[in-house]
Design a protein around this ligand. Structure first.
Ligand code: URA
Length: 241
């Protein structure tokens, strides 16, 4: 890909602006200045470590995945009232082409692990119902658990209001009378909140801490982002058979 196109797609500016950036002597490859904006580059995974723009490493390459510790109170949408998840991203990421999107959504009041990517095909592989990627949520409840919830959720027969298809079996690990981890393999609208409503309870707080075998790092502050390595991305999806 041509350097000016790459930088433009990564949000560094219009084609004219990135030509100016390169000619101004701000872009280096392996420490050497590049002065030709039309130079052709192979987009290989090592490019990010080899290229600098100004004093910084190049932004994540096309096809990247990042993990955000979503705080409560922000909405997973590009255009809604209130604080949006995309406002937590570096400004350049918001100018990228293809656009960066969240992999599925978390409710405004749900916190925790949210993936972001510019790779539409990967996004669809992760959220496709047939992929059945497990997602684990830590739940705190308004009322003590009755004791039968794990069996009800595991049965694969629970019907949510206004739905015709029962939920797939889900796994509940109870950690205290009003706290549990729930692992589901679907992503229906407000699913976890509606599951607890169906068993006469109410979710007070909801936090996603795992997708596939990828856990939210304990030391990642709310609102902080981490660009993932290809190996970490491999933890999200089961290997293709
Ligand atoms: N289930 C919910 O009810 N809300 C979320 O944000 C995610 C799963």
């Amino acid at each position: 890909m041509r350097l000016d196109r790459l930088l433009g797609n990564l949000g560094y500016g219009s084609r004219r602006e990135v030509k100016g950036l390169v000619r101004g002597g701000d872009v280096r490859l392996d420490g050497a200045l590049i002065d030709d904006p039309e130079m052709r580059l192979a987009i290989t995974p090592d490019l990010r470590a080899r290229m600098t723009v100004g004093t910084e490493a190049l932004d994540p390459l096309p096809g990247f995945v990042a993990l955000l510790n979503k705080p409560r109170g922000v909405t997973c949408s590009h255009k809604e009232a209130g604080r949006l998840v995309y406002e937590l991203l570096p400004p350049r990421w918001r100018a990228r082409e293809p656009a960066v999107s969240s992999v599925g959504r978390l409710d405004k009041d749900t916190s925790g692990l949210l993936l972001l990517t510019d790779d539409g095909a990967l996004l669809h592989r992760i959220i496709a119902p047939k992929a059945a990627v497990p997602k684990r949520y830590r739940v705190t409840l308004a009322r003590p658990l009755r004791g039968n919830e794990a069996a009800v959720f595991a049965a694969g027969t629970l019907l949510l209001d206004n739905e015709a298809t029962p939920l797939r079996p889900a796994t509940l690990e109870v950690t205290s009378p009003t706290e549990a981890n729930l692992t589901v393999t679907e992503g229906r609208y407000h699913q976890v909140r509606r599951m607890f409503a169906a068993v006469g309870n109410h979710v007070e707080t909801l936090h996603r801490n795992r997708i596939g075998s990828l856990s939210l790092p304990d030391d990642l502050a709310p609102g902080a982002l981490l660009v993932m390595t290809p190996e970490q991305v491999g933890f999200v999806l089961p290997p293709r058979i």
